[in-house]
Design a protein around this ligand. Structure first.
Ligand code: FMN
Length: 210
């Protein structure tokens, strides 16, 4: 297999900065279109963080809520990402919807979601996932799979279907965007790139060379 010969010509859509004043309506529209187009895991986004030692790392998390405040995901605050966010709250998010030939890049600051938002989302998760969030010390080494399954079974037995409380170390972050870039694939690699940068006066829109 020659990777150099793999080439996709992008020609589905165009993207113009004309009539675009701010990024949220466009993001909402693109998310809806990703959902309607049956994109696999449309809410999956890559979250990149930077450690105290200035080393970047990335992983996928799921977008669960977005408002003008920002983009919310839920995780374990003691995980590797949680520790890196504590040391450096500047993060990047990336969506790639290949079926729509689209990419969205977001850069901003990660803040803790309110306990109310975290409690609400925790309570909406399936019971089995709540147990997993309670027993999994995310990102910590574990001896083997059996240990984890044993913890899960014990918690299920001891809780007997009673309401589970959200653990203090599990909850949401929201990323307050400073920059949002929308990328639409176009023929001959002359892609459309529209960048929004937050300023004191509002969003500044520009077009970037592909
Ligand atoms: C499709 C998909 C969705 C995921 N969603 C989440 C999520 O919403 N929250 C989360 O903590 N981990 C999620 N993960 C797991 C993370 O990618 C990662 O393994 C985990 O958060 C530990 O990362 P860390 O050790 O860098 O903190 C998801 C993974 C995949 C592939």
């Amino acid at each position: 297999m020659n990777l150099k010969d793999i080439r996709t010509n992008y020609s589905r859509e165009t993207l113009s900065e004309k009539s675009l004043r701010e990024p949220f309506p466009l993001f909402e529209q693109w998310m809806e279109e990703a959902f309607e187009s049956k994109v696999n895991e449309p809410t999956a986004m890559m979250l990149s963080t930077v450690s105290e030692a200035q080393k970047p790392s990335s992983r996928i998390v799921l977008l669960k809520l977005f408002t003008r405040m920002g983009f919310h995901f839920f995780t374990n605050y003691n995980s590797r990402k949680g520790k890196e966010i504590e040391a450096n709250s500047h993060v990047a998010l990336l969506f790639f919807w290949p079926e729509l030939e689209r990419e969205v890049r977001i850069e901003g600051v990660a803040c803790y979601s309110s306990p109310e938002i975290s409690d609400q989302y925790f309570s909406e998760r399936p019971y089995e996932s709540q147990i997993s969030a309670i027993v999994s010390q995310q990102s910590q080494p574990i001896e083997n799979r059996e240990v984890l399954e044993e913890l899960w079974k014990n918690k299920e037995l001891s809780s007997k279907g009673t309401k589970l409380e959200r653990p203090a170390e599990w909850g949401g972050y929201f990323v307050q965007p400073e920059k949002i870039e929308f990328w639409q694939g176009r023929p001959n690699r002359l892609h459309d790139r529209i960048l929004f940068v937050r300023s004191e006066e509002g969003w500044v829109v520009s077009r970037l060379a592909p």
